[in-house]
Design a protein around this ligand. Structure first.
Ligand code: CP3
Length: 343
């Protein structure tokens, strides 16, 4: 394999000393980019995911336009339940829509653990094409949702403020919930392994709804399964775990074998460093809404953020996905500020 020209991101994941921290933005291929909107108008969501030419073009757009230090493959966490025989639609204005949500043990029994090469071969094709288009300029990140976060959608059937039906399944039919979580975990492990074998340079697990659970329930319904994923992947690639609202779990996460941990903006750099023992690479945690501030202010805040986390063992990022209403020049200011960083 040819060496990647800009390997700052991979070096930061390994904990090496770097000239400046690397930077990328969660959901960097998204609706704030006019080039993304042009393709969104022409093709529906899952067509964009399933067509390697489109997925790779969308993945590379932010690299060409904004210039972050890593690319993340355009896809969605919900391609996993789709491949498991759970129907998933993406509705404009609503978001994910699952017409037949899982509500019982009987429903769970209908869920399959698929052959990922057969059902998700289009993702592997998108990776191959994206690697060609990137031409080793920057590393490529592959991702999956955490089993808990996938269960949230599979059971609730759509986005939610509290995912009450997902929690209800866990607390009233724990056996069904655990069977479902294990099926999702097994699929996710095979999926991420296939992605690594196809060429992604690191993987991120998104536990977007982990913060919905109490610390005790988090261990039982989310963390246990993420740990299985880390154990299965950590000898093959670097694993980043991003748990939104999961600062309470950072201590356990730091001992898990993950290469890096994502932090959201409600947890200070100091607290995150304290909880994780100061030795692991942290990623985050700019409030996505703060990208609405004027560029000069964004730059000042980014410098402050890096000073607080420290330049080493750190990957500059947002604390969650970029919002659709962010001006492109503000996203540019965020990335530029990291690139211009001088301790
Ligand atoms: O980061 C990237 O640039 C890669 C692409 C990516 C998408 N989804 C594309 C997408 C990634 C990493 C995801 C992950 C994802 N998908 C998560 C975890 C990350 C997070 O934000 O918490 C979750 C919870 C989902 C589920 C999902 N997909 C939702 C809730 C929505 C609707 C959101 C909305 O704002 O409408 C999606 C659709 C989606 N996935 C879009 C994009 C760019 C927007 C819709 C579109 O492009 O048509």
């Amino acid at each position: 394999m040819t060496a990647i020209k800009n390997d700052l991101f991979l070096r930061a994941l390994k904990g090496e000393t770097v000239e400046r921290p690397p930077v990328w933005m969660m959901r960097q291929a998204g609706r704030y980019l006019p080039e993304f909107m042009a393709l969104k108008k022409k093709y529906d969501f899952f067509t964009r995911c399933r067509t390697p030419e489109l997925a790779s073009e969308i993945t590379v757009q932010p690299i060409d336009i904004i210039g972050p230090d890593a690319a993340i493959l355009f896809s969605d966490i919900l391609v996993i339940p789709q491949a498991m025989n759970i129907e998933v639609e993406m509705k404009d204005g609503i978001g994910p829509w699952l017409p037949n949500p899982i509500r019982s043990l009987k429903d769970v029994e209908q869920v399959i653990v698929p052959d990922v090469h057969e059902e998700l071969g289009y993702v592997m094709d998108a990776i191959k094409l994206t690697k060609e288009r990137l031409d080793n300029r920057v590393p490529l990140i592959g991702f999956a949702g955490s089993p808990w976060t996938i269960l949230c959608y599979a059971v609730q059937g759509q986005g939610s403020k509290n995912f009450d039906k997902a929690k209800e399944l866990c607390f009233t039919q724990p056996e069904a919930a655990h069977q479902l979580l294990q099926k999702i975990t097994d699929t996710t492990i095979a999926y991420l392994k296939a992605k690594v074998a196809t060429g992604v340079n690191a993987v991120q697990v998104f536990d977007s709804w982990g913060g919905m659970l109490s610390p005790v329930d988090y261990q039982e319904f989310s963390w246990k399964y993420i740990q299985q994923i880390i154990d299965a992947l950590k000898d093959e690639t670097q694993v980043i775990v991003f748990g939104k609202g999961c600062w309470f779990a950072l201590q356990d996460m730091a001992k898990s074998g993950a290469a890096a941990l994502g932090v959201d903006w409600t947890c200070s750099a100091r607290n995150a460093r304290y909880l994780t023992g100061g030795n692991i690479t942290l990623q985050g945690n700019f409030d996505p809404s703060r990208l609405l501030s004027p560029p000069a202010e964004i730059k000042k805040m980014v410098k402050q953020m890096i000073d607080e986390f420290g330049k080493d063992r750190y990957i500059a990022n947002l604390g969650h996905g970029i919002l659709p209403n962010i001006p492109v020049e503000n996203a540019q200011a965020f990335v530029d500020a990291v690139k211009e960083y001088q301790g």
